[in-house]
Design a protein around this ligand. Structure first.
Ligand SMILES: Cc1cc2nc3c(=O)[nH]c(=O)nc-3n(C[C@H](O)[C@H](O)[C@H](O)COP(=O)(O)OP(=O)(O)OC[C@H]3O[C@@H](n4cnc5c(N)ncnc54)[C@H](O)[C@@H]3O)c2cc1C
Length: 416
């Protein structure tokens, strides 16, 4: 079924009886050419591009819960490609270009909204660092504008410009950055993959791997054994737990990240704004809620909920940046489990076992990567070679001293 304005009008006039489920609920087959573990954004996008771009037909996505129950449905929806390092920037810009055509490609309204991402700076040194980042972006052909205080004031007059500790001196703007409705991304990829014959199997937890002579030949699941030619693991915050079942230890720690949404307000915030003197970022959803977040909770956990000290910390950041937020009522808050890598950058790589491939280490920036991650993982699975934009995302990069440390924090996962 193709979605269109005409279809919406027809259904409205005929009692909405013609809508069909967006994807099937098939029984698992005994064997697939490709089994993708994890029905988050990355797993679903991988399956979709395997079918669409690489002509594969016998694919399953195994999801232990339901589609969209993980981080893909829990994030603050920010997409951007304002990276500096060579290993990252082409990949995230590839993702941005895929976002720009995603709704047409999937025939699904994912509410891609390129309202701009503005990173504020509060000192001369920070301005220089942002100028460097902006120049690196422009050298890669990516849009970036360094704004002075007056330009930021014109965009967002409600900010606390004269805060005595953190005066706002300007910002680095990526006009093509913005937000995308997160759960619609999961549903859009699921529907489009299903239409190309991918079996999406929910309530199917992978509990182990069957390994014969250094080759993975399938997965043990809560619904029985499923054979596979190749297995791709894309389980985000559960990466260490799942890969441990194959005897593989990863350079990843799992931490909780929380997000918050206020009651609906009239349009206030033009795009995404990030505080440069603390960890706080905010945008406004199409329903009017202020969507905001800050730092990870800072200790290892697999719980999809956070703790109160970080709530206080995030609210302090918000109050320092835009005191008016203190008058908005908080509607909801939630947590997701982040796969924090040692250098803050991800992995899309083969593993030491034949037939087993890994995608993870997305930290709290993996939503924006969803389309490119899926495409590049599909490329690796189908051709056994890395996609040109993802050649740096190797599991052995720490042994080789080839870290991709965008923030310059060192091997400290909770600081990236
Ligand atoms: C609060 C919060 C805010 C964030 N904000 C942003 C943001 O603004 N911008 C941005 O770019 N990124 C953001 N992120 C990060 C981003 O959401 C993640 O990096 C990204 O969604 C991870 O990839 P995924 O969608 O595939 O993960 P998930 O949706 O978590 O998918 C993994 C799936 O694997 C399944 N799974 C786990 N174990 C098994 C198993 N044994 N068998 C079968 N299935 C299994 C899980 O149930 C889950 O559905 C944020 C994350 C959080 C939590």
């Amino acid at each position: 079924m193709k979605y269109s304005a005409l279809k919406v009008i027809k259904e409205a006039l005929t009692g909405h009886k013609g809508w069909r489920p967006a994807w099937r609920s098939p029984q698992p087959k005994a064997h697939y050419d490709f089994v993708i573990i994890g029905g988050g954004g990355h797993g679903l996008a991988t399956a979709y591009y395997l079918a669409k771009e690489f002509g594969q037909a016998n694919i399953a996505v195994l999801e232990k819960g339901w589609i969209g129950g993980g981080n893909v449905g829990r994030n603050t929806t920010i997409v951007r490609s304002n990276y500096m390092l060579d290993g990252n920037e082409p990949f995230y810009e590839f993702s941005m270009k895929l976002w720009e055509n995603l709704e047409q490609d999937l025939n699904y309204n994912a509410m891609v909204s390129q309202r701009g991402v503005l990173n504020l700076y509060h000192s001369d040194a920070q301005r220089d660092a942002f100028r460097r980042r902006g120049n690196a972006m422009r050298l890669h052909g990516v849009d970036a504008e360094l704004l002075g205080r007056e330009q930021v004031e014109a965009m967002a007059p409600f900010l606390n410009f004269d805060n005595s500790r953190f005066p706002i001196k300007g910002g680095l703007l990526q006009p093509r950055g913005g937000t995308v409705r997160h759960d619609a991304v999961a549903w859009g990829y699921a529907r489009a993959a299903d239409q190309r014959g991918v079996d999406i199997i929910q309530n199917c937890e992978v509990t182990g791997f069957r390994i014969e002579q250094d080759r993975v030949v399938g997965v043990e699941t809560s619904r029985g054994f499923i054979g596979a030619g190749k297995v791709g693991c894309a389980v985000a915050g559960n990466s260490s737990r799942v890969m441990q079942k194959a005897g593989i230890r990863l350079p990843i720690e799992s931490h909780v990240l929380q997000a918050f949404v206020s009651e609906g307000l009239k349009p206030t915030i033009p795009g995404v704004i990030t505080f440069g003197a603390g960890h706080f970022y905010v945008s406004q959803s199409d329903k009017g809620g202020l969507v905001f977040g800050g730092d990870i909770d800072g200790y290892n956990s697999y719980a999809q909920r956070g703790n109160l000290p970080v709530v206080e910390d995030v609210c302090e950041g918000g109050m320092a940046l835009m005191p008016m937020i203190g008058r908005a009522r908080l509607l909801r808050m939630w947590g997701g489990v982040m796969d924090m890598s040692m250098d803050g950058s991800p992995f899309i790589d083969r593993t030491s076992l034949n037939g087993l491939y890994f995608n993870g280490g997305w930290c709290y920036g993996g939503f924006k990567a969803t389309p490119a991650s899926g495409w590049c993982f599909a490329h690796l699975l189908a051709t056994d070679t890395p996609h040109p934009t993802a050649t740096a995302y190797r599991l052995d990069r720490f042994q080789r001293g080839a870290m991709i440390d965008e923030k310059g924090q060192g091997a400290q996962p909770n600081l990236h």
